[in-house]
Design a protein around this ligand. Structure first.
Ligand SMILES: *Cc1c(COP(=O)(O)O)cnc(C)c1O
Length: 405
């Protein structure tokens, strides 16, 4: 694991706490939505959305997931090297002989997106290799990876005729499952169903069909098919507010990750003095400033400068001035003596307040996925015991970020 070298100094400057009990809880919650025969593929790409792929993969498998999904060959190899034997689906698309040979060697199951790519795979594999299970992707409206759904029959028949390959599943991916308007989602499902019907008419019954990401999994069991591919919800976040706020669809998902850091210096500045690069914060009155050892090189977006709050002893205090590469400043005037070494919470819960990746995402116009993936390897990942989270707190207005201004 590439972050192991950092683990000799956990909980020192800044770190990510990963609650694997919360993860297991989320897996069980999601499993509870699925029919018994439906498989749960835990998407652990991008180092499990910043949570650490090995711990997450092991926990998810113990809690009821049966497949793992990765984006790159190296991500798959990292899991195999850790001794994980579960089937691994490579969601990305690869072409080079070196990657194809690695896939065969480490028994990672690739996604194939065109007849030509399938031919390259078949020609690269030697007859000594056992048949490689492959997953055929259809494009039903995302326009990213996959053969056109209208060509499903030709594509599948082509792959079936090639040596060294076995079709393990046919799948597609939604473009808009997290939007309020579901029109496109159902159109995509319709295209997928038509492609499957065309295959069946030719006597082809793929052993596994799958279509749903987190949003589609939470939305409707008609979208589950034989397997669902769940990322974000595993990590305890809802794909969009309407998933969390709709009582019909609400699950009890618990955030898995918290980001913490220590105060490194505390000082008092006078009215009129500026803080941080560009002096984008000017003190209106005498202000107690706490410097914290975490910055944008750790994954705190610089766009949050002057627009985020940080939890100190269960109280939300404003971050002030530009977020710098390795450090940021807080206004702690409202608190009793804060000392260097004090631990503050950037994301997570402290007292009655929870700050979530979704709050940061909303404040800077991005999505929770990008916030989670942004936490860099220089933040050690520390496993923690479950913090008992009170569900009612997630909608506490106290956790709202201050408005821009
Ligand atoms: C990343 C990914 C997922 C998981 O998406 P979430 O919205 O995080 O659940 C599922 N399927 C594919 C093909 C993906 O690339």
């Amino acid at each position: 694991m590439s972050d192991q070298r950092l683990d000799i100094l956990p909980r020192q400057r800044a770190w990510v706490e990963v609650d694997l009990e919360a993860l297991a809880h989320n897996v069980r919650q999601i499993r509870g939505l699925l029919a018994a025969q439906t498989d749960l593929l835990a998407v652990v790409k991008a180092d499990a959305y910043g949570h650490g792929s090995i711990g997450v993969a092991q926990t998810a498998l113990q809690a009821g997931a049966t497949w793992l999904g990765v984006a790159t060959v190296m991500e798959g190899i990292e899991l195999r090297r850790a001794g994980i034997n579960a089937p691994i689906l490579l969601l990305g698309s690869v072409h080079t002989p070196a990657e194809i040979q690695a896939i065969a060697q480490w028994q990672i199951q690739p996604t194939l997106c065109s007849p030509k790519q399938a031919l390259i795979f078949s020609e690269t594999l030697s007859s000594g290799d056992r048949a490689l299970s492959v997953h055929l992707k259809l494009d039903t409206g995302m326009a990213r990876l996959g053969a056109p759904w209208t060509e499903a029959v030709e594509f599948v028949q082509w792959v079936q005729r090639l040596p060294h390959l076995t079709v393990a599943s046919v799948y597609s991916h939604f473009a808009t499952a997290d939007e309020v308007d579901q029109t496109l989602l159902w159109q995509q499902k319709h295209c997928f169903d038509q492609a499957i019907a065309a295959l069946r008419a030719q006597g082809i019954c793929p052993p596994c069909l799958h279509l749903a990401n987190s949003a589609a999994t939470l939305l409707d069991s008609h979208l589950h098919y034989d397997m669902v591919r769940v990322g974000l919800a595993l990590y305890g976040l809802y794909p969009a507010p309407h998933f969390r706020d709709n009582p019909d669809r609400s699950l009890d998902l618990r955030p898995v990750l918290q980001v913490k850091a220590r105060v490194t210096q505390v000082k008092t500045i006078q009215a009129g003095m500026g803080v941080s690069y560009g002096h984008r914060f000017i003190a209106r009155q005498e202000t107690r400033v706490a410097t914290v050892g975490i910055g944008y090189a750790d994954g705190v977006p610089r766009l949050l400068s002057n627009q985020m709050q940080v939890l100190v002893r269960g109280q939300a205090v404003p971050q002030i001035g530009s977020v710098t590469m390795d450090q940021l400043m807080l206004d702690v005037s409202g608190l009793d003596l804060v000392e260097p070494g004090e631990v503050v919470t950037l994301l997570g819960q402290s007292g009655n307040i929870r700050l979530g990746a979704e709050d940061w995402a909303m404040a800077i116009g991005t999505i929770s996925w990008e916030i989670l993936c942004g936490f860099k390897h220089r933040l050690p990942r520390v496993a923690v015991r479950s913090t008992v989270l009170d569900r009612s707190l997630s909608s506490n207005p106290g956790c709202r970020l201050p408005s821009v201004g």
